[in-house]
Design a binder for this molecule. Structure first.
Ligand code: OAD
Ligand code: ZN
Length: 244
């Protein structure tokens, strides 16, 4: 299977990679769904919605700080680093992630389309002004916006919220132009991200899925790789580098 994938990928010019929580699983970041997933332990509607923040901002703030702490202790894994190398292998390369953990940037990826925001960033609930990164975020006190006094919230997309229009547009544009699309470590359930691989396939891209489990996408992909991404991606990159 690896050889077949390398053979197909080496003839491609426009590669789009979509990642989900599974790419960071081998770094020790919990995924959302599945046995050990966050949504098995916590109720998203109590923690990741505007209603939850309005009803109990402190609990939401503390939950995000707990996740920030957890993420600050982990490192990118070989899957993240392989994706950094892919930038130099293809003529045109786009990385789209649903993850908020910043591990792609820390690994060295450059142009990252962050569909669901970034957990290390904050913004004002009222005026959306970014809250300066260098300001100390206390786990206990929700800061106030220096501009309007509004409450500061994590700059992530909550359930029921729209994605940034330009961001999702760019993701769809790139997906429809791709000749190779890799869906990595995502359950491909949450929209609109889950439509990106479908869009790529509709536009004739070769669709490859790398996931330790089958997903709703699996039945339409050209290649399904049932391996942890941190093990498969370095092999793929090594194979592609040999050819170039
Ligand atoms: P999920 O938790 O839904 O899915 C993670 C996927 O990764 C599953 O399909 C696993 O089988 C797979 N997986 C686990 N370990 C893996 C490994 N080592 N290698 C490859 N695959 C592996 O996470 P997402 O699909 O990212 O949204 O979830 C999408 C969105 O739902 C998230 O961005 C988040 C969540 O609610 C928001 O926060 C807005
Ligand atoms: Zn404000």
């Amino acid at each position: 299977m690896l050889d077949q994938v390398i053979k197909v990928a080496r003839d491609c010019e426009r590669c789009v990679v979509l990642t989900g929580a599974g790419i960071s699983a081998e770094s020790g970041v919990p995924t959302f769904r599945g046995k050990e997933g966050l949504w098995g332990k916590f109720r998203p509607e109590e923690l990741a919605t505007m209603e939850a923040f309005m009803a109990n901002p402190q609990i939401v703030w503390e939950w995000y700080n707990w996740r920030r702490e957890l993420i600050s202790e982990v490192k990118p894994n070989p899957g993240h680093y392989a994706i950094v190398e892919m930038e130099n292998i293809f003529d045109h390369f786009t990385l789209i992630t649903q993850n908020v953990d910043d591990l792609h940037r820390i690994a060295g990826s450059k142009n990252i389309i962050e569909l669901h925001g970034n957990i290390n960033k904050n913004k004002c609930l009222k005026c959306s002004e970014p809250f300066p990164d260098d300001q100390i975020i206390s786990p206990d006190v929700i800061p106030a916006c220096p501009k309007c006094g509004g409450q500061i919230r994590p700059d992530v997309v909550w359930f029921g919220e729209m994605l940034n229009a330009d961001t999702i547009q760019k993701a769809f544009d790139e997906s429809s132009k791709a000749d190779l699309f890799l869906s990595i470590g995502t359950s491909a359930i949450v929209q609109p991200a889950a439509s990106l691989p479908v869009e790529a396939k509709r536009s004739q891209a070769t669709l490859i899925e790398i996931n330790v489990n089958n997903t709703s996408l699996t039945s339409i992909v050209d290649f399904f790789i049932a391996e942890p991404s941190g093990e498969f991606l370095p092999k793929l990159v090594e194979g592609l580098k040999k050819i170039i």
